[in-house]
Design a protein around this ligand. Structure first.
Ligand code: FES
Length: 176
């Protein structure tokens, strides 16, 4: 087959300015050059970036959920916890599990006994007693509570939960 015959069967697309080779109509001119300072992203790159972003968001969500699970266990049945007075010398702090969460039992220098939930009232992280500052600190969002559980600073609006304590003879009952 000669070159002439080939051209008749498969005519080369016309590349005239603004002319559509399929129907001969005028095409809208397309700006193919990005504006200065604008980075052009092709489809594959765009989809890759969307997938990476979605994966990162999913990973963050999973991490946060895992952290919450570690910080607070699901609230179980709130069975009272009993200690003997000898387990609570004056000026001491003892941690017990009450309803699946950490509670600190405090006996001050005057013998008064109280109990505070260690679950931050903001989003449920565990607070830490800072002995040198006499405060509870929540590391999650840098909140501080005073020694009675009152909010000093940070996002929480509610004090730490006070757990009722009763003393009968030599037995201290937390919760109930
Ligand atoms: S969870 Fe404690 S300050 Fe946010």
């Amino acid at each position: 087959m000669s070159e002439e015959e080939k051209k008749d069967i498969n005519p080369e697309p016309q590349e005239g300015p603004g002319e559509n080779p399929e129907n001969g109509e005028e095409k809208e001119p397309v700006d193919i050059l990005p504006e200065p300072g604008v980075k052009r992203v092709n489809r594959r790159g765009f989809i890759g970036k969307v997938l990476v972003g979605a994966g990162a968001a999913f990973g963050l969500e999973l991490g946060y959920a895992g952290f919450r699970l570690m910080a607070t266990k699901p609230v179980g049945e709130k069975k009272p916890v009993q200690l003997s007075l000898s387990q609570l010398p004056e000026g001491s702090r003892t941690t017990v599990l009450y309803g699946g969460n950490k509670v600190e039992v405090i006996r001050d220098e005057h013998g008064r006994i109280s109990a505070l939930s260690m679950v931050c009232t903001h989003l449920g992280c565990l607070v830490i007693w800072k002995d040198e500052e006499h405060t509870y600190h929540c590391p999650c969002h840098d909140a501080y509570f005073d020694e009675n559980g009152g909010v000093i600073s940070g996002p929480p609006t509610q004090p730490l939960e006070e757990i009722p304590v009763t003393v009968s003879g030599n037995t201290v009952t937390i919760g109930g």
